[in-house]
Ligand binder design. Structure first.
Ligand code: DGL
Length: 266
C-alpha cells in the first residue's frame, strides 16, 4: 500500500510544496485539498482558520488512510498546528517562513507573506530567535497571492503592478523569504521586478525532507516496492468558476479531476 500524503492550502499555493515532496517521494499517493470557499486565508481570523482546516482535514482523514498531513500554508500553519496535532494521531507538518536559512546568508532580508502572517507573534518570535541582528523588513500582500492563482490558470503577471507592490524594497533587501506557498510560482517575475541578483528562499525542500524523514521514522519508506505512480486526488471546498482551468493545471501534475467537498464559507 502506498503512503498517503494529504497536502492542504487555501488555494494552489500548496502545489509548490507538493512538487518538492513528490520529487522526494514519487511513489506516494497524494491527496490535495484547498479551501477555495474561504480563500484568501491571509484575511481570515485565527478562529475561522482553525475551524475550517480542522473540518476539512478531519473529513479527508476519515475518507482515506492518510499517513501524514502537510499544512502547505504559512498563514494557517502559524495558528492551526497545535489543535490539529491534538486531534489527529498521525504526524502533522507545517510550513514556516525560512527566516533561519536567510539569516545565515544575509542581514538585509525581506519577508514576503500574507497580511496575516506578517502580523503573527509566531513570525516575530521566529525573527527574534533566528535573525536577531538582521534587518528584516516585512511585506504582506493578498494581491500577490491572487497573482499567483491567476498565473496558475494561464493569466500573465503584470510586472508593472508587481514592481509597484515590491517598490519599498528596491535596493533595500538582497534576500527575500517567500513566506507564502503561493509565491514560489512568482519567482521569475519577482526577479524581473527586483533584479536577478536577489536571492529567493522558500521552505518547500526543507518540508519535503521532513515529510520523508517522518514517514521513514514511522517505518514507512516511499513505497518503492510498489513502483506504481498513483494518480493524486484533489478536493476543493466549494464549486469553482475556474474549474476547467484548474483541472488542466492539476492534470499536468498527475491529479484526477476536481472533487467538491461542499463546505461553504458561512
Ligand atoms: N498559501 C498561503 C500561505 O502560504 C495562503 C494564501 C492566502 O490564502 O492568503 O500563506
Amino acid at each position: 500500500m502506498p503512503k498517503h500524503i494529504l497536502i492542504f492550502d487555501s488555494g494552489i499555493g500548496g502545489l509548490s510544496v507538493y512538487k518538492d515532496i513528490k520529487y522526494q517521494l514519487p511513489l506516494a499517493k497524494y491527496i490535495y485539498a484547498f479551501d477555495n470557499a474561504a480563500f484568501p486565508y491571509g484575511e481570515l481570523t485565527e478562529s475561522v482558520l482553525i475551524e475550517r482546516t480542522t473540518h476539512i482535514i478531519s473529513k479527508l482523514c476519515s475518507k482515506f488512510p492518510i499517513d501524514i498531513v502537510v499544512i502547505a500554508c504559512n498563514t494557517a500553519s502559524t495558528v492551526v498546528l497545535p489543535s490539529l496535532r491534538d486531534k489527529l494521531d498521525i504526524p502533522v507538518v507545517g510550513v514556516v517562513p525560512a527566516i533561519k536559512p536567510a539569516a545565515l546568508v544575509s542581514n538585509k532580508i525581506g519577508l514576503l507573506a500574507t497580511p496575516a502572517t506578517v502580523k503573527r507573534s509566531y513570525t516575530y518570535d521566529l525573527i527574534k530567535s533566528f535573525a536577531p541582528i538582521s534587518d528584516v523588513q516585512l511585506l504582506g500582500s493578498t494581491r500577490l497571492v491572487e497573482m499567483a492563482e491567476e498565473k496558475m490558470i494561464g493569466i500573465d503577471v503584470d510586472i508593472t503592478e508587481l514592481k509597484e507592490i515590491l517598490s519599498p524594497w528596491q535596493n533595500k533587501v538582497d534576500t527575500i523569504v517567500l513566506g507564502c506557498t503561493h509565491f514560489p510560482f512568482l519567482k521569475n517575475e519577482i526577479k524581473k521586478a527586483l533584479g536577478n541578483k536577489i536571492l529567493l528562499i522558500d521552505s518547500g525542500e526543507a518540508i519535503a525532507r521532513r515529510v520523508k524523514q517522518l514517514l521513514n521514522e514511522n517505518g514507512n519508506g516511499d513505497g518503492v516496492e510498489s513502483a506504481v505512480l498513483f494518480e493524486g486526488e484533489v478536493f476543493c471546498s466549494a464549486p469553482s468558476i475556474k474549474e476547467e482551468a484548474l483541472n488542466h493545471t492539476f492534470k499536468e501534475l498527475n491529479f484526477s479531476s476536481l472533487q467538491c467537498l461542499g463546505y461553504p464559507k458561512f
